[in-house]
Design a protein around this ligand. Structure first.
Ligand code: ASP
Ligand code: MG
Length: 466
């Protein structure tokens, strides 16, 4: 089997963590072809990517030595781990490589301070350095653990457009290059340790895929190499039935469908971003989310197929406001919905949930609380004529509500699910303010008051015996 696996920043945040990573890779490598993708090191006292970005901005603000001051701390962080994990010859070679990378950026920072300007293109050189450093460190650590490994910069594998800071992959070129460069290594039993987060344009200019983009890198490579499975090693036992801070008895799900994962990600569960895994979902490549610090736990397998005939998980989005536009004149008036949504779009506000009953007396929309004022203002402007005619009678804003989403693809066509959801609310004495369910029936969303949010999540978790 061919496995492409990614380790997040915290999974490689210390020498102990990296030792754990080496053990996982070494065990996998015994039976499978393995490609490793790594994030930058996120140590408790030093977040590599954040500090590189901060140094770049400081340089643009005139502090030409900001990077030169940061460099020794980064060097020390990585070399301290290397000293525990790699031979002294490896350490010496690594140190000179890291010094060269850091010196390059220190020089660049001085030029940026002189120019007084930081372009997105230059910023990508800074923000992507943590991955370059870490791939080298992890490869050395793997060799220290007896695994043949080679660090690879994804600038030579992942070809992207030139949207610096949020580049998208060009899959055809990327597939060709990753075959050309990685398959020969796999054939001779070498584990490629590839930088997450970064790529390069066709012309070879380095880019980044957006913050948190290492997951995306892993998906892109998993898809390009036609992996049998792609594993994301994180700090949790897979995807949970609910946020354990709200529901202490939340447990991890053994299996999840692609669409359930997408619904959960949308509703704020801390899993994989749908865009991130799109290359894998398209090719129907199975995904596993596993815990670096609890590797015996099977984690969650995400793949095709329909879930059980019930709800699988419950999540909540907090800090939401609900706007209701209503009035007797809205009945049968065409174009009102278009104008309402048009106004909200003009305010650049993203709508989280929509509901309108067929009496057409009102349209409710939920938006993030921070954006409610802007949306309301634009709506009042758009509908001012109707206000004077009294077709629209009120625009009401409930400032602080919570959207609770019950997710499960097996809910589709299964009678009684909504009944159980509302029964749970009734038993807990919680008032439901608005309801939405798309016709995909993957998700039932309820709006409840902010004060009821946590209890609503717990009541549903109990009600479905999740
Ligand atoms: N190091 C990058 C970031 O912090 C990418 C990643 O961690 O996925 O955004
Ligand atoms: Mg990260």
């Amino acid at each position: 089997m061919r496995v492409v696996m990614k380790f997040g920043g915290t999974s490689v945040g210390s020498a102990d963590a990296i030792r754990q990573v080496a053990a996982i890779v070494s065990a996998t490598h015994r039976d499978h072809e393995a490609v490793v993708v790594v994030s930058a090191m996120n140590a408790p006292d030093l977040r590599t990517t954040d500090s590189l970005i901060a140094a770049a901005h400081a340089a643009a603000g005139g502090d030409g030595d900001a990077m030169a001051h940061m460099a020794p701390r980064l060097l020390e962080l990585h070399m301290r781990a290397a000293a525990e994990l790699a031979s002294s010859a490896e350490c010496a070679a690594l140190e000179s490589e890291l010094r060269a990378l850091l010196d390059y950026l220190s020089d660049l920072a001085r030029s940026i301070a002189v120019l007084g300007e930081l372009t997105p293109r230059a910023l990508d050189l800074f923000s992507g350095l943590g991955e370059r450093i870490n791939a080298r460190l992890i490869a050395a650590a793997l060799r220290g653990a007896g695994v043949s490994a080679q660090a690879i910069d994804a600038t030579g594998l992942i070809i992207t457009d030139n949207r610096y800071g949020a580049a998208s992959p060009l899959m055809e070129e990327t597939t060709a290059l990753s075959h050309e460069r990685l398959l020969p290594l796999l054939e001779v039993g070498i584990v490629p340790v590839v930088t997450g987060f970064i790529g390069a344009t066709r012309a070879g200019v380095p880019t980044t895929l957006g913050r948190g983009g290492s997951d995306y890198s892993c998906s892109i490579l998993g898809a390009s190499l036609d992996a049998d499975e792609v594993w994301f090693w994180k700090e949790v036992d897979g995807v949970l039935t609910a946020n354990p801070k709200i529901v202490p008895e939340a447990r991890s799900l053994r299996m999840l469908s692609y669409s359930e994962m997408a619904e959960l990600a949308y509703y704020g569960a801390n899993v994989l971003h749908p865009k991130t895994v799109q290359p894998l979902v398209q090719r129907r490549i199975p995904i596993r989310i596993r815990n670096t610090f609890n590797p015996d736990h099977p984690g969650t397998l995400i793949g095709e197929g329909r879930g059980d005939r019930t709800a699988r998980a419950v999540t909540a989005i907090k800090e939401v406001s609900m706007i209701t536009v209503g009035g007797p004149g809205m009945l049968g008036l065409s174009g009102v919905a278009a104008r309402i949504f048009g106004a909200v779009a003009r305010a650049h506000v993203n709508i989280l949930l929509i509901s309108q009953a067929s009496s057409e007396q009102s349209v409710c929309l939920a938006v993030s609380r921070a954006e409610a004022v802007a949306a309301e203002a634009e709506l009042r402007k758009e509908l001012s004529d109707e206000f004077s005619d009294q077709d629209v009678e009120h625009i009401e804003v409930l400032e602080s509500v919570v959207i609770v989403a019950v997710v499960g693809s097996g809910m589709r066509g299964t009678p009684g699910i909504a009944g159980r959801v509302f029964g749970a609310m009734g038993n807990a004495g919680i008032n439901v303010i608005a309801i939405a369910q798309g016709s995909t029936e993957n998700n039932i969303s309820l709006v409840v008051s902010a004060a009821d949010g946590d209890e609503a999540v717990r009541a549903i978790h109990r009600g479905f015996d999740l």
